[in-house]
Design a protein around this ligand. Structure first.
Ligand code: PEP
Ligand code: MG
Length: 736
């Protein structure tokens, strides 16, 4: 491999060596060319005429099968396999058994390496592993050896130079314009095999030691606050970095004759492959951390460098990656980092949490972004709408810049009215609150001038942890939230897990209809210890301060009563133990399951407040999955049906003199919020960035005409009242 020969003649040589070594009659190398075609590039044993002539599409034949699944295949009777196709020019009919492995580079298929035998052979695990090691070495030659043009290896979708707009999932809001920096630090490995394993092991240890020291420096960086979930995440990463299993696998690879860097690379490739197959979010996170770590060790080994710190970054950098570990993001100079775009990742990915702490826009799950964006492309990242514009046209760029200016101006304006109450022109005040779920969300409470936290989703801190937090950990967390709220009210919602919100360490079967399944209070009533511990932590965290707790997914009053009894038990216990009880305790229910609507009088007699979870309520009213994009435009939150239900709710609460608020997404959209205020809602809770726009709307509103107008609309058989309400807002100069 290290010799001077041309890449093609190296391939020819390699197939001969492997065939002899594996006692196989055939060894062939297929290289993936543009258009997902696998071309026979070298063979020992098949007809030499077939070289550069035999081509298979990915997914076609056994070779295509290996490429399509990125998985090794070992068959003692290959010809009876359903995917087998016969290519007469190869002359492969006498060969019964086949074993092949994908040639992978940076998680992508670049070719397939195959051996075939005349007899029916069962290939051993060791043989498959040996082939995988060879394939790893081959990958460098296939990509870097000039076998095919660089344009063929660079993934492209044909119109790579045209502007494109791509959608993803919002992780953090905000907008940014910058230059794409594709994050994969390409580490070129020159030496694969080593004579002296002991020396290689010593190199590995030295590099790992150096990486650990660098991590300590990085995690102490000034840009990050010293507290918050991102600290937990970085601690978890530190544990991964010390993972003995991972290091041992690398050591084993080195003992088999590889250099330290080739050992790391081999373990890294297997990790990547596993990553592709695992959907469980917690494990994926761990594997992503390992990938991050592997790159660090590789860089250290090959160049003594340390992450992206060494890169010469554009002044406005938009980092684009498949997914990355939290430490990798910190490598980028925070003063130049403007946004993060990921092909995978999610809201709870470790890197997302760190990115939120840095307060940059982040979009995840942008399909195929790595194949459609190139280094140096101009990118607009619109985190608020979870979309990016790659290589925007001059017009688009200009209009974006105008949007940005207008946005900044509006932001300024919102900051100016931060401390003013949200009061309509006819003097009715509306309490605007924020929804939060992480410690890093809480400063928004003060930044936006909101009245309180109307919904603290306690499940989110549970979701980003590696293990179930005990009472002490929960107490510490809730105490910090209350401390940071500085006396503004916080409504803690008890755990709403299940459905789509899974806890990595809590085995829950999803069932056929997760949203209708075992979730939220249904779980915590069946596992009362969970609820007791959480309530205990909340009571202790409040310690003499006011406390508000609400239960999610209450379907009938009896459930509310059961949950409340558990809370009472904890209060009694705390009292007996001499603890300080909350100065004031308010216990509420979320109204988000329609059945509860028919028990409202009984509920309102017992609850201190209610909060409408319109996200779930609407999904259950229409029997329409809230997460299904095919249904997202099907039913409207401004339909007369929804508004009539919400009106009846607010009337019932007002009659019973029980405070009511609404904390679903519609509260944060100015037009919807206008309708809610018109129906009688005087408290709303929303994503922090919406407080300014909603306050703007409220302050421009005159209530009487709106309430009268709404009264005429609610019995209409319309699909939606959106257009009519928008026209009303326009006529009355209400910014929505
Ligand atoms: C809701 O259902 O409207 C709500 C606020 O709760 P979540 O979105 O967390 O289910
Ligand atoms: Mg809900």
């Amino acid at each position: 491999m290290a010799g001077e020969a041309k890449a093609q003649s190296k391939l020819d040589q390699i197939v001969r060596v492997i065939a002899a070594d594996m006692v196989a009659e055939v060894c062939s190398i297929y290289v993936q060319r543009a258009g997902e075609v696998l071309e026979l590039f070298a063979t020992e044993g098949l007809n030499p005429e077939a070289v550069h002539r035999t081509r298979l599409r990915v997914g076609e034949g056994l070779v295509g099968e290996i490429a399509a699944h990125a998985q090794p295949l070992a068959l003692s009777d290959a010809q009876t396999h359903p995917a087998f196709v016969y290519r007469p020019e190869t002359g492969e009919d006498p060969y019964q058994s086949l074993m092949g492995v994908p040639i992978l580079r940076q998680g992508r298929i670049v070719g397939v390496l195959v051996v075939q035998n005349r007899t029916r052979r069962n290939y051993t695990e060791e043989e498959i592993e040996a082939m995988e090691t060879v394939a790893m070495v081959l990958a460098e030659l296939v990509v870097g050896g000039g076998l095919i043009g660089a344009d063929e290896t660079a993934p492209a979708d044909g119109n790579a130079i045209l502007p494109v707009r791509m959608d993803g999932v919002q992780v953090n809001g905000g907008v940014a314009l910058g230059t794409a920096v594709i994050h994969h630090l390409d580490v070129a490995i020159r030496q694969f095999v080593a004579e002296d394993p002991e020396a290689e092991l010593a190199r590995l240890d030295a590099a790992v030691g150096e990486v650990h020291q660098n991590l300590d420096r990085l995690f102490g960086s000034r840009e990050l606050a010293q507290q918050g979930e991102h600290r937990d995440v970085l601690e978890a990463y530190r544990m991964v970095a010390a993972d003995a299993g991972w290091l041992n696998r690398i050591r084993d690879a080195i003992r088999s004759g590889l250099t330290a860097e080739a050992g790391v690379q081999q373990v890294r490739e297997t990790t990547r492959l596993r990553m592709g197959q695992i959907s469980e979010p917690y494990l994926r996170e761990r594997l992503a951390d390992l990938e991050d770590l592997a790159v660090r060790v590789l860089l250290q080994l090959t160049s003594g460098q340390n992450g992206a710190t060494a890169l010469d970054l554009p002044e406005q950098t938009v980092v684009v990656c498949r997914v990355m570990g939290p430490a990798e993001l910190l490598d980028y100079d925070a003063h130049k980092l403007r946004a993060l775009v990921m092909e995978e990742g999610s809201v709870t990915a470790h890197v997302s949490i760190v990115a939120r702490a840095l307060d940059i826009p982040v979009i995840a799950q942008v399909k195929d972004v790595l194949t459609r964006i190139q280094n140096g492309d101009t990118v607009i990242v619109d985190g608020d709408n979870a979309q990016i514009f790659v290589r925007p046209s001059e017009d688009a760029l200009q209009s974006f810049q105008e949007t940005l200016l207008a946005r900044n101006a509006r932001r300024e304006a919102f900051a100016q009215v931060r401390d003013q109450p949200a009061t309509t022109r006819d003097g009715v005040s509306v309490s605007l609150n924020i929804n939060a779920g992480l410690e890093i969300d809480v400063p928004q409470l003060h930044a936006t001038g909101a009245d309180g936290i109307g919904l603290f989703r306690t499940e989110i801190p549970f979701m980003v942890r590696a293990a179930y937090p005990d009472v002490a950990a929960q107490t510490a967390l809730y105490r910090t939230i209350l401390d940071q709220a500085e006396g503004k009210p916080v409504v803690f919602r008890t755990l709403d897990v299940g459905g789509d919100k899974t806890l990595p360490y809590f085995a829950s079967e999803t069932g056929e209809n997760p949203a209708l399944g075992w979730r939220a209070v249904r779980i915590t009533l069946d596992r009362p210890a969970m609820l007791r511990q959480q309530v205990r932590a909340l009571v202790r965290a409040a310690s003499g301060r006011a406390l508000a707790v609400m239960f999610p997914m209450i379907a009938e009053v009896a459930e509310f009563e059961r949950a409340r009894r558990i809370l009472d038990m904890e209060l009694a216990r705390e009292k007996a133990a001499g603890g300080k009880l909350p100065r004031q305790l308010r216990i509420g229910a979320m109204v988000e399951v329609p059945s509860l609507l028919w028990q409202l009088p009984a509920l309102l007699e017992r609850a201190d407040f209610i909060s409408v979870g319109s996200n779930d309520l609407i999904q259950f009213l229409f029997a329409a999955d809230r997460g299904d994009p095919r249904l997202s435009d099907r039913f409207d939150s401004l339909s007369p049906v929804v508004l009539a239900v919400l009106r009846d709710l607010v009337h019932a609460a007002n009659r019973a003199e029980v405070p009511i608020s609404l904390c679903g997404e519609m509260a944060g959209r100015p037009l919807e919020a206008m309708a809610l205020v018109g129906l009688g809602y005087r408290a709303l809770s929303m994503t922090a960035s919406n407080v300014g726009p909603v306050k703007d709307m409220v302050c421009a509103l005159r209530l009487r005409p709106l309430a009268d107008y709404l009264g005429t609309l609610l019995n209409a058989p319309d699909h939606s009242l959106r257009d009519k309400l928008r026209a009303f807002a326009r006529d009355h100069h209400i910014p929505v």
